[in-house]
Design a protein around this ligand. Structure first.
Ligand code: GLT
Ligand code: MN
Ligand code: MN
Length: 389
């Protein structure tokens, strides 16, 4: 399909090996698709027009691989990257699948498990950097509890902090050009996961030894699972200079972790998200952390992957139209109109300003009577998204 919604490298669309490589296993059912090798996945992604591919250490190198296996797999993977032109902007560690991590990795109650998790992460960082990754994601899916009798949440946070501090120092010591991105999630697979939302993670970062090295990888589905407005979390991460990466997908509030195709559920929320990312000038990857419905074969997986990128680009075009729509812009200008009379009270504090404001007469009733026309604005937004303007 060659049209204005065709993905190009400059769009920075990326997928994890685990996304299009998802074989459709769920808690109730066996896999529905045969596993693809990392090399096959790279070719599939190149086929649909992606820019990059991300991975967990064990998506690429099986946990029990010998050093010889590791070398061969890595050689073949790098050759596939070379052949297709795909890059690896991000990497991460699988600290959730193996039984050893059933009580968490960095926050496990067992010091041997914590040390093993740290060792595994250092090795995985080496692997990611070797493949070119500049962002390293920490998704602590097993860092948490089912019962608070098992673990003191303060102790959990202390352990988490100690490990992130250690790893920041490791990256500096190795001279790697790498930033960390924490990915919050409220629950699943643990009953409750530590650092549950963007807000929790932002506050935690400020307690670290090297807060400058650590930012966020917010995911649409995860904030939505918590019932939150994803855009607001993203905006706050951006405002703090912490939007290092983003996981795009979709999710119905109150359901299991769905990881649907971007825009599959809430197109309007996806629209405002894309408009935000484009308008603020976010330069990072647009990473789709999603997978195809379990009903699909690999043709369906390609349709899914193309759909994520195409929806993003369509919404980007819609954002351009929204910002150029005379009626919408006139309405926005009216809503935010400023006659300048409040200028003496704005900006920083001064004693004179405070005194003048305390003495100023306001017609509260008239201010409260004004209609704001948000109904019209939202309806115009809907009509723009529905393609009738
Ligand atoms: C897992 C999770 C994702 C994370 C991945 C990175 S692992 O697939 O569901 O949200 O981004 O560790
Ligand atoms: Mn998810
Ligand atoms: Mn994710």
């Amino acid at each position: 399909m060659s049209d204005m919604y065709e993905p190009k490298p400059e769009h920075k669309f990326t997928f994890g090996l685990w996304t299009v490589g998802n074989i459709g296993r769920d808690p109730f059912g066996e896999p529905v698709r045969h596993p693809l090798s990392p090399v096959e996945i790279v070719h599939l992604l190149a086929d649909v027009g992606a820019y990059g591919v991300n991975f967990h250490d064990n998506d690429l190198i099986p946990i029990d691989a010998t050093p010889a296996d590791r070398d061969r797999i890595l050689r073949e993977f790098k050759a596939a990257l070379q052949e297709t032109g795909l890059v690896v902007p991000m990497a991460t560690t699988n600290l959730f699948a193996d039984p050893v991590f059933k009580d968490g990795a960095f926050t496990s109650n067992d010091p041997k498990v914590r040390a093993y998790a740290l060792q595994k992460t250092m090795r995985a960082i080496d692997l990611g950097v070797e493949c070119g990754a500049k962002v390293y994601v920490f998704w602590g899916g097993r860092e948490g509890v089912e019962s608070d009798a098992a673990k003191d949440p303060q102790e959990g946070l202390k352990r988490y902090r100690e490990v992130i501090n250690f790893l920041c120092a490791y990256v500096k010591d190795q001279g790697y050009d790498l930033k960390f991105a924490l990915e919050p999630k409220p629950n699943e697979p643990r009953g409750d996961i530590y650092l549950a939302t963007v807000g929790h993670a932002l506050a935690f970062i400020n307690t670290l030894d090297h807060p400058d090295m650590v930012g966020l990888n917010p995911e649409v589905a995860h904030e939505t699972m918590a019932g939150l407005n994803f855009l607001h979390g993203v905006a706050q991460a951006w405002d703090a200079g912490k939007l290092f990466h983003i996981d795009l997908n979709d999710q119905v509030i109150g359901r299991y972790d769905q990881d649907f195709r971007f825009g599959a559920v809430n197109l309007k929320a996806a629209f405002f998200l894309v408009r935000f990312l484009e308008n603020v000038g976010y330069q990072g990857s647009r990473h789709f952390d999603a997978h195809a419905y379990r009903t699909e074969d690999y043709e369906g997986v390609k349709t899914f992957a193309r759909g994520c990128m195409r929806t993003y680009l369509i919404l980007k075009e819609k954002a351009r139209r929204f910002d150029g729509d005379a009626e919408i812009q006139a309405l926005l200008a009216e809503i935010t109109a400023d006659d300048g009379t409040m200028a003496p009270f704005q900006g920083g504090y001064s004693r004179d300003k405070a005194d003048a404001l305390k003495a100023h007469p306001f017609d509260r009733v008239a201010l409260g009577r004004r209609g704001l026309a948000y109904e019209r604005l939202d309806q115009l937004t809907n009509e723009l998204l529905l393609g009738v303007r």
